[in-house]
Design a protein around this ligand. Structure first.
Ligand SMILES: *Cc1c(COP(=O)(O)O)cnc(C)c1O
Length: 234
C-alpha cells in the first residue's frame, strides 16, 4: 500500500475516534489534505485513495497544481485556499478555488466577491481569527470579528461558513484544547447573533484530535498525510 493511502487510513481512524469523543458522527468532520510543497503526483496518489478536498497556501504553486491534476484526468476536486492573501492576487483565488479559509479584512472579501465569476457557486469563506493575540500573527482580532463577519455575510458572491485559526503550537493536549475552545466560543457567539455558520476550520497534524474534541468540522492536515515538507524544493 502507498504510504499516502496508509496515512489517510490512519488519520481517518483518528477522526472517527475523536468525533465519537465529541459526541458527533465521523461524517461531521471533513479532512482537508494540505498538499503545499508536494507535487501533483502526491495529490493524485491521495485522490486514488479517495481524498477529494485539498488545501494550498501559495497561489502560483496551487494554480499550477490544479491545472496539472486536471490535465492528468483526476475527478472533480475541491480546492481550498489557506494561505495569506495579497490584495492584488484575489482574482485567481476567486476564479480557481471553492473555499478560502484566510479572510481577515473586509477589502479582501469585497474583492473576492466582485471577482467571483458569475457562473460559479458562491465562494465559501472562513474568517481567520487571531486567537493567540500576538501582533505578528495573522487573523482578525476577536474584538473586531463580529463587525467583519456581518459585513462579509452580506456580500453577494460569498457564503460565510465559519471561522479558522492556527493557534500557537502546544505539546500539551489540554493547552491545545483551550485554544480551540476559544475559537468555538467565538463561533457560537456569532451563531447566537444570527449568522448561519456551520464550519470550524481548526486542527493540523499535531493537534487535530484536540481540535475535533472541541468541535472542528474541517481539519487541515499536511505532513501526517504527505510526510515532512522540504521548502527548498517548493
Ligand atoms: C501547512 C498548513 C497546514 C498543515 O500543517 P501540518 O502540520 O503539516 O498538518 C494546515 N493549515 C495551514 C493554514 C497551513 O499553512
Amino acid at each position: 500500500m502507498s504510504p499516502i493511502r496508509q496515512n489517510l487510513q490512519a488519520i481517518t481512524t483518528t477522526i472517527v475516534a475523536a468525533a465519537q469523543e465529541s459526541g458527533r458522527p465521523a461524517t461531521a468532520v471533513q479532512l482537508l489534505a494540505v498538499s503545499k510543497t508536494f507535487g501533483p503526483e502526491a495529490v493524485l496518489e491521495a485522490v486514488a485513495a479517495g481524498q477529494r478536498a485539498f488545501g494550498e497556501n501559495y497561489l502560483q504553486e496551487g494554480l499550477d497544481k490544479i491545472r496539472a491534476v486536471q490535465e492528468a484526468g483526476a475527478p472533480a476536486l475541491e480546492w481550498h485556499f489557506i494561505g495569506p492573501i495579497q490584495s492584488n492576487k484575489t482574482r485567481p483565488i476567486a476564479e480557481h478555488f471553492a473555499w478560502v479559509h484566510t479572510v481577515e479584512r473586509e477589502k479582501i472579501a469585497q474583492r473576492l466577491s466582485e471577482q467571483r465569476p458569475s457562473g460559479m457557486a458562491p465562494l465559501q469563506i472562513c474568517l481567520q481569527v487571531n486567537i493567540s493575540g500576538e501582533a505578528s500573527k495573522s487573523g482578525v482580532a476577536p474584538e473586531e470579528l463580529a463587525a467583519l463577519a456581518h459585513k462579509v455575510a452580506a456580500l453577494p458572491n460569498l457564503t460565510l461558513r465559519g471561522l479558522m485559526a492556527i493557534p500557537e503550537p502546544a505539546d500539551d493536549f489540554d493547552q491545545q484544547r483551550a485554544a480551540f475552545a476559544q475559537l468555538r466560543t467565538l463561533y457560537e457567539q456569532l451563531r447566537a447573533d444570527g449568522l448561519a455558520l456551520d464550519t470550524l476550520s481548526m486542527g493540523m497534524s499535531a493537534d487535530m484530535r484536540a481540535a475535533i474534541v472541541e468541535g472542528a468540522t474541517i481539519v487541515r492536515v499536511g505532513s501526517a498525510i504527505f510526510g515532512a515538507r522540504n521548502y527548498d524544493k517548493a
